[in-house]
Design a binder for this molecule. Structure first.
Ligand code: ADP
Length: 789
């Protein structure tokens, strides 16, 4: 008989509840199966006071009902915890309350069954968890509950580096933490290593007793186990693709007889762990790298995306969404096409397909719509990702905002165009007066001024006009350059605007009459004191008056007026108005005409050309004086009015300076030797001197000048400094070496106005210094001075 057998009598209390039972008979293997010794005659509560209540209920029911039962139940206090399969049936008369019991120890089978169920739920858990720590904790907690263990460990193994890293561990008891990296060989014997590598478990039931002393590893292992309060353990080596990668261990603080079912369970669970953990780590790494990529992708100012060969997109960085205002769901797929400028869509799509087909880098430019509805230019680059066969499977793209650059490019192109136009016009405008001058010179040369159609006075008059025109152009050019480079120097002093404007009007009257235009001047006030630079203001008025001449038709009228304006918010101001009934200015041009090189449509009968600089000079000069320029015109053919406001100063009018220069009366004033390698200049200077009443001669080199000076003995030598061979300095030195040269006054003539140069001249002992071109007043003054008059 393999089954255990016992006959019992169930003891009830007064309320008919089963309290206990007494053993009447047991068979020979009863004791082995229950662990109860000498049971007959004793009650269960005497033998095992904690025996579970459900057992008493079970047998009480059989005794009372006379019905037999067949159950599988656990008895924790028998034989160290046993599962029994029990057949219990009534024995004899019911009132005797006797029950016969046949039972089997089915612990092994039962534990396997529970283990299987546990395995199923662990597998389900693992299917849902993606985080490494969560996986270990959930598996460990289930195993701990089922096996009653006191700890578990998950250890990464790196045999190449001889390292074991405890990544996760749990202890029911209070032991020192052991997370960290340890040298493998220090506590594991070569035999154990071989076992783990082969995927076999290493099992200790009682480490203290089982591990033989005598080796260093054994000492470390035992000390470690003692510190961690581990007596028994199951350790499983986990391998992947033939490489040992980890260990999973469960531990008990008491010595323990692991059952085969327990060992199998731990092996099976551990076997599932490695692939799950590896996957969790790969996913975590991917997530980290994805996050890293996304944060970088969102940091850059460019719009990024990835797209498929057909052009549909899968991903955008935040910048794309912010810029276009599209939501992610809206943008992916084909949403992006909506943001591309309709005029650019076809070309962009074509280039994209070409790049995909050729598997090359895409580079193009197109406009992308900002969420405010405006378009900006972007340069778009996309790199292909290819599979093993060379097919493009993805395109990674970036759009870089080049709108500012494009605009700059356009502005530069426009500026360049204007400059080219300007140069062409400059050539043209300079050639006209030059051609007329050279023609007249030619005529004079041929006719000696004897031709009645071009006598000297008329030729001089006409040529002077052309030269005046050239001069004005050069003045404007220089002025623009000076203003642009901030070189302009304003000699600010208070002066009266009224006489200045009146005189300028008078100066131009002749030109107006000649061109058959009418000029009117009106000033209700007699004095308007402003602060500024008279010469520059003459230039401003002159430019406006010249324009009045240019942009009116024959018989046209120009009114110049001055007045004083003041309203409560402004300081009192002078207002100059130059108004005409000419061709007028279209509204869209009224702003631009103040820019340099800007010109409107040129009327056919424009009597004089221009460079598009005049108004730019006017505006900048007036602005420098804290004044303002404005234009009013009803449009083409409606005439124009230019208005200039200048702040008035509190100072009263000053007496005009008296011009001290007067040409001396004819008569010999003294001898002047002119020395200049430029023959024309030398001659004209001689003529000028003669007109001034001096005796004058010219020489064109240093050596001939020396000779002439010795023979002719001039009072003054007017000496060009920059001559070849012997320059002015050298000649001066030589003159001063001669006895006859001691009393000669030598005046230097130079094109350089720098102070350093002036100082050099002074040190060289010249009697005076004049800048080219010669100013009559200064020449006369200096000559008077050196000749002691
Ligand atoms: P320019 O006269 O040399 O062309 P400006 O700077 O003086 O250059 O003038 C710029 C442009 O402004 C002229 O080309 C002309 O189209 C326009 N403009 C200037 N003054 C007048 C005016 N009084 N009436 C009509 N248009 C004018």
């Amino acid at each position: 008989m393999q089954q255990g057998y016992s006959l019992i009598e169930v003891i009830f209390n007064a309320q008919d509840q089963p309290l206990d039972y007494r053993f009447l008979e047991v068979n020979s293997i009863f004791e082995a199966q229950t662990g109860l010794v000498d049971a007959v005659g004793k009650t269960m509560r005497q033998l095992r006071p904690a025996h579970e209540q459900h057992w008493f209920e079970l047998y009480g029911q059989v005794a009372k009902t006379g019905q037999s039962v067949h159950v599988e139940q656990h008895a924790a206090y028998l034989a160290g915890g046993v599962w029994y399969e029990v057949f219990a049936f009534p024995f004899g008369e019911v009132q005797n309350h006797q029950v016969a019991i046949l039972f089997n120890d089915i612990t092994e089978r039962k534990q396997r069954q529970i283990g299987r169920e546990l395995l199923i739920s662990i597998t389900q858990d693992l299917g849902q968890l993606t985080d490494e720590t969560q996986i270990i904790r959930s598996v460990g907690a289930r195993l701990a509950a089922h096996l009653g263990i006191t700890g578990y460990h998950y250890v990464d193994i790196d045999e190449d580096r001889d390292q074991a890293t405890v990544r996760h561990c749990w202890h029911a008891l209070d032991v020192p933490p052991i997370l960290g990296t340890y040298p493998l060989h220090a506590f594991v014997s070569p035999a154990a290593l071989a076992n783990w590598r082969a995927g076999k478990p290493i099992i200790f039931r009682d480490i203290e007793r089982e591990v033989p002393d005598g080796t260093a590893e054994a000492a470390v292992l035992k000390a470690g186990a003692a510190a961690q309060q581990i007596s028994a353990c199951i350790t499983i080596g986990l391998s992947q693709e033939g490489k040992w990668k980890a260990c999973f261990a469960v531990a008990d603080s008491r010595p323990r007889q692991w059952t085969a079912g327990e060992i199998e369970l731990v092996e099976e669970v551990a076997g599932q762990l490695l692939p799950r953990i590896e996957r969790a780590r790969a996913e975590a790494a991917l997530l980290t790298s994805q996050k890293r990529f996304e944060s970088i992708a969102n940091l850059v100012p460019d719009l990024l995306w990835d797209s498929n060969p057909d052009g549909s997109t899968n991903w955008y960085n935040q910048r794309w969404l912010e810029y276009t205002g599209q939501r992610f769901e809206e943008a992916i797929g084909w949403g992006w096409t909506d943001a591309i400028h309709p005029d650019d869509q076809a070309a962009s799509a074509r280039r994209y397909s070409q790049a995909v087909e050729a598997g090359t880098l895409l580079r193009q430019e197109h406009r992308i719509r900002h969420h405010d509805g405006t378009y900006r230019w972007f340069v778009v680059k996309a790199a292909p990702l290819k599979d093993e066969t060379g097919q493009v499977v993805k395109m990674y793209g970036a759009a870089i905002d080049i709108h500012g650059l494009k605009r700059l490019e356009a502005t530069l192109r426009e500026a360049d165009r204007r400059k080219d136009e300007f140069i062409a016009m400059l050539g043209h405008e300079l050639r006209n007066p030059l051609a007329s001058i050279s023609n007249m010179l030619l005529l004079l040369q041929l006719t000696q001024g004897a031709d009645s159609s071009l006598p000297y006075p008329k030729a001089v008059d006409q040529m002077s006009r052309e030269v005046g025109h050239l001069n004005r152009m050069v003045d404007d050019l220089l002025e623009v350059g000076r203003i642009r480079y901030g070189l302009i120097q304003l000699h600010k002093k208070p002066f009266d605007l009224v006489p200045l404007v009146r005189q300028t009007v008078e100066l131009t009257r002749y030109a107006y009459a000649e061109q058959q235009r009418h000029l009117f001047f009106a000033s209700p006030v007699t004095s308007l004191m402003v602060l500024g630079d008279e010469t520059r203001l003459v230039q401003v008025v002159m430019n406006l008056l010249t324009n009045g001449l240019k942009y009116t038709h024959k018989g046209g009228r120009v009114w110049v007026s001055l007045q004083r304006v003041s309203d409560s918010s402004l300081a009192p101001q002078a207002l100059l108005s130059v108004k005409d009934d000419g061709i007028g200015i279209a509204p869209e041009q009224q702003q631009a005409i103040f820019d340099i090189f800007v010109q409107g449509e040129t009327p056919l009968d424009r009597p004089q050309g221009g460079l598009g600089l005049g108004l730019a000079v006017v505006k900048q000069l007036v602005n420098l004086r804290e004044g303002q320029v404005a234009v009013q015109s009803g449009g083409e053919g409606q005439g124009s009015e230019f208005l200039i406001h200048l702040p008035l100063t509190a100072q009263a009018a000053v007496e005009p300076e008296v011009d001290l220069f007067m040409v001396p009366a004819a008569g010999l004033q003294g001898r002047v030797l002119v020395v200049d390698d430029n023959v024309t200049i030398a001659h004209s200077t001689v003529r000028l001197l003669k007109l001034m009443g001096y005796e004058a001669r010219a020489r064109y080199s240093g050596s001939s000048a020396l000779e002439e000076a010795q023979q002719w003995a001039p009072d003054v030598v007017l000496l060009d400094l920059g001559m070849p061979q012997m320059d002015g300095f050298e000649l001066n030195r030589r003159l001063k070496e001669q006895s006859w040269g001691q009393t000669m006054a030598v005046i230097a003539l130079t094109g350089y106005g720098q102070q350093a140069h002036q100082l050099q001249v002074k040190q060289a002992g010249f009697s005076g210094y004049l800048l080219k071109p010669l100013q009559l007043a200064q020449l006369s003054e200096l000559l008077n001075e050196v000749m002691g008059r």
